[in-house]
Design a protein around this ligand. Structure first.
Ligand code: GLA
Length: 716
C-alpha cells in the first residue's frame, strides 16, 4: 500500500515535469500559429495570424482554446476527435508528450506534436508542415492505440483552428453539374454552418472542399485578413464553422464522419487527409497567389512543367465517330497548331458497344466496327502528323449493360437485396477491394502496354456512389467511403510510379471531383462541361482562388453562339487552352484567328502558366470582368478584359493594373485580334511607366456586348 502511495507521488512529480509549459511556433515567412502546452498538460492554440516578430512576445499571448478538442470532456461544442474505447467509454483527454521540428527540404519544416491520453493508451500526433516562402501550412493527424481490440473512430478531423475576432464572413462554393464553383458570402453568427459532401466518388458535384474565410470585416482582393482553406481528400469531406456563446469561432476540417465510423486495430495508424491553408493580411489576391506558387512547386503533378494544348472530339462527334472521322479531326488539330488530339468517350465495348452512355462502360476494348485497326492506327496517325494522342477512360465505373457487370457483379458497389438505381445509367466499382484496384490500374496499364504511344489520359468519373453496400467489406460497411478513396490513391500511386511522365486530366462530369490530393496525380482538371464563355468567366474565377491557370482545362466550343470565336477563345486562354469544335464550322477568318491564338498562347505561356494572377475586376461585380498575369520578373503582363452585357451609355473608367514594377517602362499593345481588326484601345502602342499603369490604369472596357480584349504589356 505504502509502495503504491510512493509510486503515485513519483508519477505525479514526473507528470509535472512532463507537462512543463512549452511554446510551439509553427511559422512561415508571414504566418504564425502558436501552440502552447500548458502546465495542465493540455495543448492550446494561443495565436493565429500575421507572424509575430519577437519571440519574447510569445510568452504574453493569452492561453487560447484547446487546440484539438476531443469528445467527452468539458467542451460543449463540436469536437475534432471522437473515439469509442473497448469498454464503450467514449471520452478522450489528450495531453502533451513531446514535439519535434524537422527541416524536411529547403524552406519546408515539419512540426509533430505527440499527445496521449493518461487513462487509455491512445496517441494522437498532430503534424504541421510549413512552406515558408509560399506561406502555406499543411496539417494532418495520426491516431493510434494499444487497446486490445479495435477502437472505433467516430470523427477524426485533419485540422481544428480557433479564431477570436469581432466578425467572421464565409465565402462558400456551391453548384451542380454545369454550375460549378458558384461563390456566395455570408456572415457567420452563432451556431454551426456545415459544408459537406456525401457523394463518395463524384464528391464535389454540389460543393468542392475549399472555403474563403474573412476576419473582422469583408475582405477584397488587396485588403483585409483572409484565410483560404482546402482539404486534400477525393471523397466525402466536411467543414464545420461554429460560432460559440463567446463569439469565438472554430473551424473543423476533415473527412465527413457521416456513415464512416472506422474500426482501428491496435498498432495501426489512422492518418487523416491533409488540410492546407494560407493566411493573408492584404486580401484574397495574395492568398490565391500563395496557393498557386505552392501548388506549382509542391503539389500539382508536373507543377513546374508545361501543358499540352489539344483538340478534343467530344462535342463535335459525341458517340458518333469512326476511325476515318477521327483521323480527319487529327488533321484539324494539326491545322489549329495544337499539341495533341484527345479521343473522348465512345471508343470501346463489343458485346455492348458504347454507342451512348447506356452501355459498354467497363469493357475497355476498342469497338471493332468503329476502330477496325484499333487504337494503334490512331497512335500511328498522330505520330505521322507529329501530334500527340490522348484518350478518355472512366475506369472506376460500370454500366449494368456490360460484360464486366455480367462477369463481376461482386466488384460492383450494390445492395444485394434491393433493386438497383442508376446515375447516368452506371454504377461504381468497389475500389475498397484490392482485386478491383488491380483491374482499374490494369485499364491504364493495359492500354499503355499495348499502345505505348498514348501520351495522355482524361480520367472521368460520372457517378456518385449509389446503392451503398460493398460486397467486399462485409461487416465493415462504414469503412466504404474511406477505403474507396484509399483504394483510388493506391491505383493512382501505382500509375504514377510506373508512368511518371504521363499527363492526365481529372474529370468528373465537369469538376465534380477536385482537390489537391488528387492533383498530385493529375496535371489538370476539367473545370466544367459548361463551356459557355460567360458562365466560364464565373467558374474559372471561382476556381482561380485556389488553382493556378495551368491546372484548369478550358476548351473553346460552340456553346453560346452569340459570343464570337474570339470571345470564347479569349476566355479559354486564361486557363489551359483546348478546342472542342469542328473546323468546318468556322469561317476562314475564324480559323485564322484561332491559329494565331494558339501561337499567342504558346508564346505567352510563361505569363499565363507561371505568372502571378491579379483578379482586377470580378465577373460578380457587374457586366465586365478582367484579370492580369504578370511574369515573376515583372517584364511582361497580360490583361484579359471582357464586356459581357454592359448598360447602354455606360461610362467606362480606367482600371488600375497591378503587380508591375513602378520603375519600369512598358509598351501596351492589344493582341489576339480578328484578322483585319484594329484596336480601339486608348493608348494602344504607347509606352507607360509601371507607376502610371498602376495608379491611373487603362480603359479596358467598352460598351459593346460580348466583347473581349487581350493586352500585352512588355518592358521596353
Ligand atoms: C463527362 C465529361 C465530358 C465527356 C463525357 C463523356 O460528362 O465531363 O467532358 O467526357 O463525360 O461521356
Amino acid at each position: 500500500m505504502r509502495l503504491k502511495a510512493i509510486l503515485s507521488v513519483c508519477l505525479l512529480a514526473l507528470s509535472t515535469v512532463l507537462y512543463a509549459d512549452e511554446l510551439i511556433q509553427i511559422r512561415t515567412d508571414r504566418i504564425g500559429l502558436v501552440l502552447r502546452a500548458e502546465k495542465d498538460g493540455r495543448l492550446y492554440q494561443s495565436y493565429i495570424g500575421k507572424r509575430l516578430n519577437n519571440d519574447s512576445d510569445l510568452q504574453n499571448l493569452p492561453k487560447g482554446t484547446e487546440a484539438y478538442l476531443t469528445h467527452g470532456m468539458e467542451d460543449y461544442l463540436e469536437p475534432a476527435l471522437e473515439v469509442r474505447h473497448n469498454d464503450a467509454n467514449a471520452s478522450l483527454l489528450l495531453k502533451y508528450v513531446s514535439h519535434t521540428i524537422q527541416n524536411i527540404e529547403p524552406d519546408v519544416d515539419e512540426t509533430v506534436i505527440t499527445l496521449r491520453d493518461d487513462q487509455y493508451p491512445v496517441t494522437v500526433k498532430l503534424h504541421y508542415v510549413t512552406y515558408a516562402k509560399e506561406n502555406i501550412i499543411k496539417t494532418f493527424s495520426e491516431i493510434s492505440h494499444e487497446e486490445k481490440k479495435p477502437i472505433k473512430l467516430e470523427r477524426y478531423a485533419s485540422a481544428m483552428l480557433h479564431f477570436s475576432n469581432s466578425a467572421y464572413y464565409l465565402t462558400e462554393y456551391s453548384g451542380d453539374w454545369i454550375y460549378e464553383a458558384t461563390m456566395s458570402s455570408t456572415p457567420l453568427n452563432f451556431g454551426k454552418k456545415v459544408l459537406d459532401s456525401k457523394l463518395g466518388t463524384r464528391a464535389n458535384m454540389f460543393t468542392p472542399p475549399m472555403f474563403i474565410f474573412l476576419l473582422d470585416k469583408e475582405a477584397s482582393e488587396n485588403e483585409g485578413e483572409v484565410i483560404l482553406g482546402t482539404l486534400g481528400w477525393t471523397g466525402n469531406f466536411r467543414f464545420t464553422f461554429e460560432v460559440d456563446n463567446k463569439k469565438d469561432l472554430r473551424v473543423i476540417a476533415g473527412i465527413n464522419p457521416y456513415y464512416s465510423e472506422y474500426a482501428l486495430p491496435k498498432g495501426e495508424v489512422f492518418r487523416t487527409p491533409d488540410f492546407y491553408f494560407t493566411y493573408s493580411d492584404c486580401g484574397e489576391g495574395q492568398a490565391s497567389r500563395n496557393f498557386h506558387d505552392w501548388a506549382r512547386k509542391y503539389q500539382l503533378k508536373d507543377g513546374e512543367k508545361d501543358r499540352l494544348t489539344l483538340l478534343n472530339n467530344w462535342e463535335s462527334t459525341y458517340f458518333d465517330f469512326d476511325e476515318n472521322k477521327l483521323v480527319d479531326l487529327m488533321g484539324d488539330a494539326v491545322k489549329l497548331g495544337v499539341d495533341m488530339f484527345l479521343l473522348d468517350d465512345g471508343w470501346f465495348g463489343n458485346k455492348h458497344p458504347r454507342h451512348s452512355d447506356t452501355q459498354g462502360l467497363g469493357d475497355w476494348e476498342e469497338t471493332h466496327d468503329k476502330l477496325p485497326n484499333g487504337i494503334q492506327r490512331l497512335v500511328d496517325e498522330a505520330a505521322k502528323k507529329n501530334i500527340k494522342f490522348g484518350i478518355w477512360i472512366e475506369p472506376e465505373m460500370v454500366n449494368p449493360k456490360s460484360e464486366l457487370y455480367e462477369k463481376h457483379k461482386d466488384w460492383v458497389i450494390h445492395l444485394p437485396n434491393r433493386e438497383e438505381y442508376y446515375f447516368r445509367n452506371q454504377m461504381v466499382l468497389d475500389l475498397s477491394n484490392p482485386e478491383v484496384q488491380d483491374f482499374v490500374f490494369g485499364v491504364v496499364d493495359g492500354l499503355m502496354t499495348k499502345y505505348p504511344g498514348i501520351a495522355y489520359f482524361k480520367w472521368d468519373c460520372n457517378s456518385p456512389i449509389t446503392n451503398i453496400y460493398s460486397p467486399y467489406l462485409k461487416d465493415k460497411q462504414t469503412h466504404l467511403y474511406v477505403d474507396y478513396v484509399r483504394g483510388l490513391y493506391n491505383v493512382l500511386e501505382r500509375i504514377k510510379a510506373k508512368y511518371p511522365d504521363l499527363p492526365m486530366m481529372l474529370c468528373s462530369g465537369g469538376s465534380g471531383r477536385i482537390d489537391y490530393e488528387a492533383l498530385k496525380y493529375f496535371t489538370e482538371f476539367w473545370a466544367s462541361d459548361d463551356t459557355d464563355p460567360v458562365q466560364r468567366l464565373f467558374i474559372q474565377y471561382g476556381y482561380s482562388f485556389f488553382y493556378p491557370a495551368k491546372s484548369m482545362s478550358a476548351h473553346v466550343t460552340t456553346w453560346n453562339k452569340d459570343a464570337s470565336i474570339k470571345f470564347r477563345t479569349d476566355v479559354a486562354m486564361r486557363g489551359k487552352l483546348g478546342f472542342d469544335i469542328k473546323l468546318s464550322d468556322l469561317s476562314g477568318d475564324d480559323l485564322t484567328y484561332c491559329q494565331n491564338a494558339v501561337k499567342n498562347y504558346k508564346r505567352l505561356r510563361p505569363a499565363i502558366m507561371e505568372g502571378d494572377l491579379y483578379r482586377l475586376v470580378s465577373p460578380y461585380s457587374g457586366p465586365h470582368a478582367a484579370n492580369q498575369f504578370v511574369t515573376k520578373d515583372k517584364n511582361k503582363a497580360l490583361v484579359f478584359a471582357f464586356d459581357v452585357y454592359p448598360a447602354y451609355g455606360e461610362k467606362c473608367l480606367p482600371v488600375r493594373l497591378e503587380g508591375l514594377d513602378a520603375e519600369k517602362q512598358y509598351r501596351v499593345e492589344e493582341i489576339n485580334m480578328m484578322p483585319g481588326q484594329s484596336s480601339s484601345l486608348e493608348g494602344n502602342g504607347m509606352v507607360y511607366s509601371g507607376d502610371y499603369l498602376m495608379k491611373v490604369g487603362l480603359t479596358l472596357f467598352t460598351g459593346n456586348k460580348l466583347h473581349s480584349r487581350i493586352i500585352e504589356i512588355q518592358t521596353e
